[in-house]
Design a protein around this ligand. Sequence first.
Ligand SMILES: NC(=O)c1ccc[n+]([C@@H]2O[C@H](COP(=O)([O-])OP(=O)(O)OC[C@H]3O[C@@H](n4cnc5c(N)ncnc54)[C@H](OP(=O)(O)O)[C@@H]3O)[C@@H](O)[C@H]2O)c1
Length: 271
Amino acid sequence: MTAARTVLVTGASGGIGRGVCEALAEEARLTGHSLRLAVHGSRESMALSALVSDLTSADGEGEIEARAFVADLTDAGACNNLIGQVIDWAGRLDSIVSNAGQSRPGKLANLPDEDWQATLDLNLRATWLLARAAYPALTETRGTITAVASMSGLSPHPGYGAYSTAKAGLVMLCRQLAQEWAGDGIRVNAVCPGMIRTPLTETVYQDEDTRRKRESLVPLGRIGTPRDIGDAVAFLTSDKASYITGVALRIDGGLSEGMLNLIPGRPDKVR
Ligand SMILES: NC(=O)c1ccc[n+]([C@@H]2O[C@H](COP(=O)([O-])OP(=O)(O)OC[C@H]3O[C@@H](n4cnc5c(N)ncnc54)[C@H](OP(=O)(O)O)[C@@H]3O)[C@@H](O)[C@H]2O)c1
């Protein structure tokens, strides 16, 4: 019997992290592969323990095992320890989905040092520290890293200067690692979500008017869901993507390519 594929998903207690776990679990069930999911949050929470129990009970055959891990990823030591704990549990590590992230909005002209540092530590440095600590294990499994960046990492996002800078750095970190580790058989990719409805953004979408205005900006006409991101991450993590490394995949319903739709007075305007 082959050993269970082991995937660490950081920020699994949140919206997109949960969507990633559900997509990975569904893929394992459909393909008949066993899976160990290390689901991470910054702290113990109802969301994290509910996820572990949902993933386990959805699996009739007992082929999916999930365990919660807690670590503040702005702490460098905690990033290193997390990798050690996951390998102690599972005996191997095949994939990291580096999804934990948070923004601290503020104009750069008066952003406090602490907000800048915390934003870069979580959204950029943590992925590098996790990747570095996991390198020997990922070399053994010829594994993957998939980081959740943002369309804010591809275009400047006024009012989110530290976040946008960190996500742009994250995209480059993935491209860089993809080149440095391709010879070891390790694939590294990023996904760049657009507007996704999750606990992070829920207050915005509770306002109907704002939701409708946002939807009207998206060529595909809707706000994204955590599963939209989860399904793409599950693909990039799987062997079906075995020839893909170093990409930054936009998952935004066409939003970031749609700028010219915003020009008033176009004769052929479709939206
Ligand atoms: N929602 C969007 O529209 C959108 C768009 C583009 C990109 N993204 C990116 O997608 C990722 C997930 O976002 P989301 O919308 O799902 O957010 P979310 O629901 O707020 O989840 C954020 C996750 O990050 C974890 N986290 C926060 N601070 C942490 C810390 N210091 N150390 C370790 N973990 C920490 C949280 O853990 P706890 O719950 O335990 O604190 C939670 O699991 C983020 O990287 C975000 O930047 C989101």
